[in-house]
Design a binder for this molecule. Structure first.
Ligand SMILES: *Cc1c(COP(=O)(O)O)cnc(C)c1O
Length: 331
């Protein structure tokens, strides 16, 4: 393993710091997936986290580490939705001003939820990178503290608490399937799981539309990809050409990174609803989609991270009824 960029003492400190601000989510066996795969498959129900996604872990840890001065000025972030939502929630809890910048591709339900949580929302351009430019301006001109969605040691340490929780709940886990976009979740989980159980495999799953981390790992350096609409909208966005941490961590720690089509993502959403009775968004369903599609060959006790549930319910209904496109999915 390369130098630990986020080590086990950072992870354990983060867990103590955010205890009481996040919930410990359940892990449950999946009889239907276990039967189908012929090995024990467990589902980590992180979509039941407060705000509907794991991102509250990283946002809470990063916010808690700010100085009193920085908290008085406020925080800002670019977000495809769930990070903004988490930061808005965490900031309101501490009475801190939050400004959330996002691109026009973000679904309306996510924008509304962030406004409802009391944050100021700025809609900028057609990509995460456009939104990031506005963030940089607010940092320079108004002195707000940027809380990045993934490429930050405090955020990664926060997400890694999910891995620590998982290994406590399921100490004999051999394979973990985790959704990948910017790679903060996967890097964090892999750092925690492999610190506790080095023999475990951590396999990332992305959508095949604009998979920035996959393209970057193949190129050997961070590269730009064109963003496209996907059922896994929370997996949209680049990893940043100046990526500091998650690219190196994913390269060192992930055993594989597989890609899913829209139809395979939809099959994951449908399975989770029909067989497991869980409502999970596209990004949160890719681990199940990867198993069902035969894209991964898990070994031993397998855990799948269900990372979020913030899907437009009208879109969810249409997917469950057989549709597979996100193009008509916005409200
Ligand atoms: C952000 C997000 C991801 C991906 O996390 P990264 O740290 O960007 O890789 C996966 N699932 C959901 C629900 C998310 O909100």
């Amino acid at each position: 393993m390369e130098d630990a960029l986020v080590d086990i003492s950072d992870i354990e400190a983060a867990r103590r710091r955010i205890a009481g601000r996040v919930v410990e989510t359940p892990i449950v066996p999946s009889p239907s997936l276990s039967d189908r795969m012929g090995l024990p498959v467990h589902l980590k129900l992180e979509h039941r986290q407060t705000t509907g996604a794991f991102k509250l872990r990283g946002a809470s840890n990063a916010l808690a580490l700010l100085s009193a001065d920085a908290k008085a000025r406020g925080v800002v972030a670019a977000s495809t939705g769930n990070h903004g939502r988490a930061l808005a929630y965490a900031a309101r809890l501490e009475g801190v001003r939050a400004v959330i910048c996002m691109s026009r591709l973000v679904p309306a339900n996510k924008v509304e939820e962030i406004r409802r949580l009391g944050a100021e929302v700025k809609i900028i351009g057609n990509s995460q990178d456009d939104a990031q430019e506005e963030v940089d301006r607010l940092v320079a001109e108004e002195g707000l503290a940027m809380i990045p969605p993934f490429d930050d040691p405090a955020v990664i340490a926060g997400q890694s608490t999910l891995g620590l929780e998982l290994i406590d709940q399921l100490p004999d886990v051999d394979t973990v399937l985790v959704p990948v976009s910017g790679g903060g979740l996967a890097a964090g989980i892999a750092a925690a799981v492999k610190a506790k159980k080095p023999s475990a495999s951590v396999i990332g799953v992305s959508m095949d539309r604009g998979a920035a981390m996959h393209a970057s790992l193949a190129a050997g350096k961070p590269v730009l990809v064109e963003e496209a609409q996907s059922l896994a909208d929370s997996l949209g966005g680049g990893i940043g050409l100046q990526n500091r941490l998650t690219f190196a961590m994913c390269r060192a720690l992930l055993d594989d990174l597989v890609l899913l089509s829209e139809e395979e993502i939809a099959a994951g959403i449908r399975h989770l609803y029909a067989e497991e009775r869980e409502i999970v968004e596209g990004a949160g369903s890719v681990g199940v989609g990867a198993l069902l599609a035969g894209k991964v060959n898990p070994r031993g006790v397998t855990a799948i991270i269900l990372s979020g549930r913030n899907i437009d319910m009208e879109l969810h209904r249409r997917i469950v009824c057989g549709e597979t496109t996100a193009a008509t999915g916005g409200k």
